[in-house]
Ligand binder design. Structure first.
Ligand code: NAG
Ligand code: NAG
Ligand code: NAG
Length: 805
């Protein structure tokens, strides 16, 4: 209202000034219809009463719009149409338009200048609802950004006078005026933008005009913060620690590194690559540039490298980088078997090495660590060796027992080493050990004693037996050489009897033996090996010379010596079976060869006398009668049982008489008959020998059968024969012979000739051929032969003399 009053005052002043025909009025725009602008009649000095008659009216110049009207009753000029200053004049500082007052009778034309005054009826207006701005986050502080101005249709004071924005942390407002006095606004960056923190800033800008009351208009300012590459990538961890089993297959994912970049777009695109990493590592690991996945690319061997430090770079699009480390700890896997190294080996080992001798040194290695590298070492059970743990991974191989090359000359020792990994790995090594020979075995003869039987009269140089000894030692330590140990046999060196082949052990006779001279002897044969020192052993070889029938029976009685015939007296009263005489013969041979049989080959009266086949006793066959011739001649043949048999004959002269004076008459009685009928008797003898032999066999068989029941009697019918008749070697029906199975004296002696000269032999046999003779006993028997011989002779003598008495 104050303002309106002020205008009125102003317009009155103005009317006074235009007193000549034209009037002008000034009034505010937007007045209501009928609003009285002024009393134009009065201002022009017109008569109000005449106005209707003069047809007063308002016209617009040309055909413009008529905004005013005149009240004909009062002469007041009123508003006829809405008057909008902004519509009529826009931004013109003074808004004036003309209307005309037309009067008729007389025609009068008055120009009316209407000055429209502005009122604040328009708000400041912005061109759009939102001002969109893009500011890069890297924009400097203090940078200004011009804002679109607001437009206010009003003018002057009513136009935009000031701007404001609400308080915010990034921008302040600065309002400036240009040379025309127009106001415009800028925002000034007062704090660095950070897209990563705030991607957009929204502000409300308010424009206020100077009207009363003031009006305002607002616009939203939308500031989009544009990205700048101001952020480096950031790894999710400073250090990536991972554990990776060794021997992981290619393409195994080790770890995935990741980095974020707060920037966007290209600025936020992160690529990975290896930083300063040993060239070798790049062959083992592969880094995916985009995903950051690290994979195994090559063989990972704990024993080569147990840890890896990989420096990884993350880089964004425009090259901001950051670093991280990947620490890879490789876990050991039991992938290395132990290795057995023989550091030294003493082979061959002498077989006399003491138990505990060190034979070799073994070293065991395992490249794995911890338990995977803990190794146990062993060898098989059945060898005389053991492993003794020594310093660290060293073992000594020592013997645990005696070695014997002759039993086992080499050993295959298997060393097994096993580690403690799971699963454990093991390896083996074979060692070949040989045992060296030591001369520790003497030669050993195959038999405990040897006996050789040699037929007497052998050829010198013939082999009689062979000995053999073995020595299990090696080469010369086991090579056997034979020799005879020098000794005397019957006063002569043994070398004059025998020789031995040193290599073969074959014993040869050097001379021809004579059983009757030497029946047995013993030699020691030495077997010696070639070792140094050498070992030897000896064995007894008993040589028995066997008899050959090379001696014919020797008749002791009746003696053939001298020319005088031995004449036996036969009493005329002699009855049948009375003993008349006895032929005594011996044979230097022995056994069969000395077994004599007696036969009458020729007799004066063949029916009168008989001779005991084995006893040589001549008995009457019947009583002597008066008619028998007084002189009786007998030719007796004594035969041994050798092959061929040898014999001797003798003549016996018997005188049947009680008177010795008749004897000389007998002197020539044998001569005529004996020579003439000799051939005849010989034939008879041959025949009788043959038949005798047959019956002899039969008797043997019969006697063998009967023998068990019959008690044996010694010397039951012995004849007193002076011991002087025995030849010196008769008693020595050699002990050696009694031991031989080929001579069964027992059988021969049971043929009924218990009274024969062999009785002592028989008793001797019984004493030595006991049923359970052991070898040892036999041995000792042989050894004691000489002693026995002597003993037998004594007992024989004793028995004999006992019988005589
Ligand atoms: C040791 O092994 C070898 C061959 O490997 C074999 O000829 C020899 O008989 C073996 N010796 C023993 C004592 O096992
Ligand atoms: C025989 O034995 C001796 C030790 O008694 C030894 O030194 C030698 O090497 C052996 N000879 C052979 C051929 O083994
Ligand atoms: C023969 O061997 C025995 C042991 O078997 C021994 O006592 C003796 O001395 C040896 N004789 C000789 C002459 O070597």
């Amino acid at each position: 209202m104050v303002h309106e009053g002020f205008c009125l005052f102003f317009s009155i002043l103005f009317v006074a000034h235009t007193a000549y025909g034209d009037v002008s009025y000034s009034f505010p725009e937007e007045m209501k219809r009928g609003y009285v602008i002024g009393n134009i009649a009065k201002d022009l000095g017109l008569d109000v009463n005449r106005l209707p008659s003069r047809k007063a009216r308002i016209d617009a110049e040309g055909n413009r719009k008529r905004y005013c009207d005149i009240n004909l009753n009062t002469g007041e000029l009123t508003v006829a149409e809405r008057i909008d200053r902004e519509g009529l004049c826009g931004k013109k500082a003074a808004c004036v338009f003309n209307q005309e007052l037309v009067l008729e009778n007389p025609l009068e034309l008055h120009r009316i200048s209407l000055i429209v005054e502005d009122i604040n009826d328009n708000n400041p207006l912005f061109g759009k609802d939102v001002i969109n701005m893009e500011i890069r986050e890297s924009a400097d502080k203090g940078k200004r950004f011009l804002l679109e101005e607001a437009n206010d249709a009003d003018i002057g004071q009513n136009s935009v006078q000031s701007y404001s924005i609400q308080n915010n942390e990034y921008f302040v407002l600065s309002v400036q005026s240009n040379s025309l006095g127009e106001k415009y606004a800028e925002i000034i960056l007062k704090k660095d933008l950070d897209r990563e923190q705030q991607q957009e800033v929204n502000l409300i800008l308010t424009a206020v005009d100077g009207g009363t009351p003031p009006r305002s208009g607002t616009v939203a300012i939308h500031v989009t913060v544009l990205d700048a590459n101001d952020n480096a990538p950031v790894f999710s961890q400073d250090i990536y620690k991972v554990s990776l089993p060794e021997n992981s297959p290619v393409d195994t994912v080790v770890v995935t590194v990741s980095a974020t970049d707060a920037d966007e777009g290209q600025n936020g695109e992160v690529m990975f690559e290896f930083g300063h990493v040993e060239e070798d590592y790049k062959h083992l690991f592969y880094l995916d540039r985009k995903t950051g996945v690290i994979r195994v690319k090559g063989p990972i061997d704990f024993e080569e490298e147990a840890t890896f430090n990989l420096r990884i770079i993350a880089k964004d699009g425009l090259g901001l980088t950051s670093y991280s480390n990947v620490l890879i700890g490789v876990r050991d896997i039991n992938d290395n078997a132990p290795i057995i190294v023989v550091k030294s080996l003493h082979s061959p080992i002498p077989e006399n090495a003491l138990p505990g001798t060190e034979v070799g040194i073994i070293n065991v290695q395992d490249r794995d660590s911890d338990n995977n590298g803990q190794v146990r070492c062993s060898i098989q059970q059945n060898v005389p060796f053991k492993l003794v743990p020594s310093i660290k991974n060293y073992y000594s191989l020592v013997t645990t027992g005696e070695l014997d090359r002759e039993l086992l000359s080499d050993y295959n020792i298997t060393i097994t080493a096993t580690d403690e990994g799971s699963p454990p790995l093991s390896s083996t090594k074979n060692i070949h050990l040989t045992v060296a020979d030591v001369n520790d075995n003497p030669p050993v003869f195959r038999d405990q004693n040897y006996r050789a039987n040699v037929q007497e009269n052998n050829k010198p140089g013939s082999s009689i037996c062979s000995v053999s000894a073995t020595d299990p030692d090696w080469r010369q330590n086991g090579t056997v050489v034979y020799s005879l140990l020098s000794s005397d046999v019957s006063g002569a060196p043994v070398s004059s009897f025998l020789s031995i082949n040193g290599d073969t052990g074959v014993i040869h006779a050097v001379r021809s033996f004579d059983y009757e001279q030497l029946k047995s002897f013993k030699v020691l044969v030495l077997a010696r090996d070639n070792g140094s020192p050498s070992l030897s052993s000896n064995v007894t070889v008993s040589v028995f010379i066997t008899d050959e029938n090379d001696n014919s029976p020797q008749i002791l009685y009746p003696s053939l010596e001298g020319n005088s015939f031995m004449t036996e007296m036969v009493p005329k009263a002699a009855q049948a079976r009375s003993l008349v005489s006895k032929v005594i013969a011996v044979d230097a041979d022995s056994g069969q060869n000395a077994w004599l049989s007696y036969h009458i080959v020729k007799a004066t009266d063949p029916g009168l006398f008989t001779i005991g086949v084995h006893s040589g006793e001549i008995r009457t066959q019947r009583d002597i009668s008066e008619s028998d011739s007084m002189k009786q001649n007998l030719i007796v043949s004594v035969r041994d049982n050798g092959q061929p048999s040898l014999s001797a004959t003798c003549a016996l002269y018997l005188l049947i008489s009680d008177n010795l004076a008749e004897v000389p008459e007998l002197k020539d009685m044998s001569r005529d008959e004996s020579s003439s009928k000799l051939t005849f008797y010989l034939i008879i003898a041959l025949v009788s020998v043959s038949t005798f032999f047959l019956t002899f066999i039969i008797i043997i068989l019969a006697v063998r059968f009967c023998r068990r029941r019959k008690p044996r009697l010694l010397f039951d019918g012995a004849v007193a024969i002076p011991s002087a008749y025995l030849p010196p070697n008769y008693a020595e029906v050699e002990g050696a012979g009694t031991l031989r199975s080929t001579y069964n004296y027992d059988a021969y002696l049971t043929t009924g000739s218990r009274t024969s000269d062999f009785k002592f032999v028989r008793s001797y046999n019984e004493g030595t051929l006991t049923a359970d003779l052991t070898l040892k006993k036999t041995q000792s028997a042989v050894d004691d032969l000489e002693g026995l011989d002597a003993e037998m002779s004594d007992s024989f003598q004793a028995l004999f003399s006992k019988k005589i008495t």
